[in-house]
Design a protein around this ligand. Structure first.
Ligand code: G4P
Length: 529
């Protein structure tokens, strides 16, 4: 197969949802279609069950599972599908944001009864800002839920999307009979039996055909005709380019648990979803079909074996081919590295591969060379953009609780921050270290891992910050900037890349600073150019 065919064949995407909407179930059903797994229950949920926040064994178990399910790949109808797993728990939202930098499209799962939930809103906003193509799957149709039109309104209003249904339910809840597939023009009747033949659909080109009344009953048929007419009047027709540009989001309805409407979603997905997309670097736009390899690290995972402190760095291939044992330039270190055992992922397994293509993810064993966001190339000096740090929500001083283990603590903190578990800020005034996280759970994870992986002990102390603002003065030599730094001395810190950060203690102090020092620009993410 030619290099171009290999690229054309790949679909790399993520599934995002609020916890419990059905992401894990849908992933599993997709894998079943690919024949990658044989039975349901093979994909373990990596969500942290409610109430388990202090259960460290649970956290460890979850970490083990999340390595295994980081990338799930399978072949389906001549396409190679890579699903990148995104943690659902909100305390790990930053991990999900970073994974979204490596996907070419996403599927958004929404619970028909709960509608748009908080976590979905946040994740979709990130995708919308990056114009990532999105498909919406409304799940749990076997249950009593909201009206389909109301739900689509809610999706448009709360998520800021423009939707167009490509399938539509026939009845809802107790009256649910199945779906009419607008995309394929057929009817799929719901039997509640997930083992039912997946191809068991009734081709139905024209809903005005009176046969419809015989199949689903007179009343439901009339209603469906009316609803489909309304759809064609109210919603824009599907336009692939608009979808690819992130301007139009097709909607499918189904029930992942019952494996219902999933085949329709997948078949449409492989036809319309984008092949690997070009990516912007600091010097130019890099296209997948360029001959020379380039890629970037979007995730780092500590190895589960405490005796070997190596880690797995997940690299998304942007262009060219990645080959085993070939030297590549680690741009930030300006040094060549070779990888003798790059891992590729298939279903829930990983295996060593000789060659990988754009859209693929390779897992590289790393002994501490990589940070999230690092770029690898075939020699070109450029770095991919778009993996910013977001302002944490929680801040605490971290103290050494065992003076004999200062070195271990430092190394542990350093490596955990490279993995992206949390962010470290070093105060300008006294060099004290402050850890910023998205959720309180991370503090427990850090403490536990420092002790068990690095033999170091830490304690925390509250630090009264509200948000981290990355600072960019119009003129670094100006009197205004000098005064800002002097007045805010106690709150000035450096992030792990040495960038200046203002750890503001309230929204009010941010506003005051902006008014008083207009030439000093403040940003909530680390990437602001
Ligand atoms: P998540 O990864 O998005 O957090 O959700 P997950 O797939 O784990 O699904 C959450 C719950 O919703 C699970 O039930 C799952 O069985 C159920 N579910 C998923 N799809 C459907 C569907 O189409 N219809 C119905 N009725 N339920 C669905 P649970 O009881 O929390 O977990 P489990 O014990 O079944 O694993």
């Amino acid at each position: 197969m030619s290099f171009i065919d290999e690229i054309e064949k790949r679909r790399t995407f993520g599934i995002i949802s609020h916890p419990d909407a059905g992401k894990t179930t849908l992933t599993e059903k997709l894998l079943l279609f690919g024949g990658a797994i044989q039975e349901a229950g093979a994909v373990k949920s990596n969500k942290i069950k409610k109430g388990a926040t202090s259960d460290f064994m649970e956290i460890e178990r979850q970490r083990g599972i999340s390595v295994a399910t980081s990338v799930l790949a399978f072949n389906y109808k001549g396409k190679k599908i890579n699903i990148l797993d995104t943690p659902g728990h909100k305390d790990f939202a930053e991990d999900t944001f970073r994974t979204l930098t490596a996907v070419d499209s996403v599927i958004v799962v929404i619970d028909v009864a709960k509608g748009v939930e908080e976590q979905t809103e946040k994740l979709v906003e990130v995708c919308r800002m990056r114009s990532i193509p999105m498909l919406v799957f409304i799940n749990k149709l076997d249950r009593e839920g909201k009206d389909a039109f109301d739900l689509m309104d809610e999706v448009e209003q709360k998520l800021g999307l423009t939707v167009t249904p490509l399938s539509f339910p026939i009845g809802m809840g107790y009256d649910f009979q199945g779906i009419y597939n607008i995309w394929e023009k057929n009817i799929n009747l719901f039997s509640g039996d997930s083992r039912k033949d997946i191809e068991d659909t009734i081709a139905f080109e024209d809903v005005n055909n009176p046969e419809l009344d015989e199949i689903i009953g007179e009343k439901p048929a009339t209603r469906l005709r009316e609803e489909l007419e309304l759809i064609s009047e109210v919603y824009p027709a599907f336009d692939r380019q608009a979808y690819l540009d992130g301007k139009l989001q097709p909607v499918f309805f189904g029930s992942a648990l019952n494996n219902f409407g999933v085949r329709e979603l997948l078949d449409c997905f492989i036809q319309i979803a984008p092949t690997p997309r070009p990516k912007e670097s600091d010097t130019r736009l890099v296209k997948p079909d360029e001959k020379k390899f380039s890629g970037f690290v979007f995730k780092i995972h500590a190895n589960m074996d405490p005796k070997h402190r190596d880690r797995l760095a997940f690299v998304k291939i942007v262009s060219g081919t990645f080959e085993r044992n070939k030297p590549y330039l680690h741009v930030r270190h300006n040094k060549n590295l070779k990888f003798s055992s790059p891992n590729a992922f298939f279903a829930e397994k990983k295996e060593i591969v000789d060659i990988s293509y754009p859209g693929d993810i390779v897992g590289l064993h790393d002994t501490g060379n990589f940070k999230i966001g690092d770029t690898l190339t075939e020699g070109e000096n450029m770095s991919f953009k778009g993996i910013p740090s977001f302002s944490p929500e929680h801040f605490r001083y971290i103290n050494n609780a065992d003076p004999m283990k200062a070195k271990q603590l430092e190394k542990g903190i350093d490596q955990l921050m490279d993995e992206g578990v949390a962010q470290l800020f070093t105060l300008e005034m006294n060099n004290r270290k402050v850890i910023g996280t998205v959720g309180a759970l991370q503090y427990e994870v850090i403490q536990y891992r420092l002790e068990h992986e690095y033999g170091a002990k830490c304690s925390y102390e509250q630090f009264p910050a509200y948000k981290a603002c990355w600072v960019k003065p119009d003129d670094p030599k100006s009197e205004e900037f000098a005064e800002f730094c002097r007045i805010k001395q106690k709150f000035m810190a450096r992030d792990k890349f040495g960038q200046l950060v203002f750890l503001a203690d309230s929204e009010f102090s941010i506003q005051m600073a902006q008014q008083k020092y207009p030439s000093v620009k403040l940003f909530y993410t680390s990437e602001f150019e």
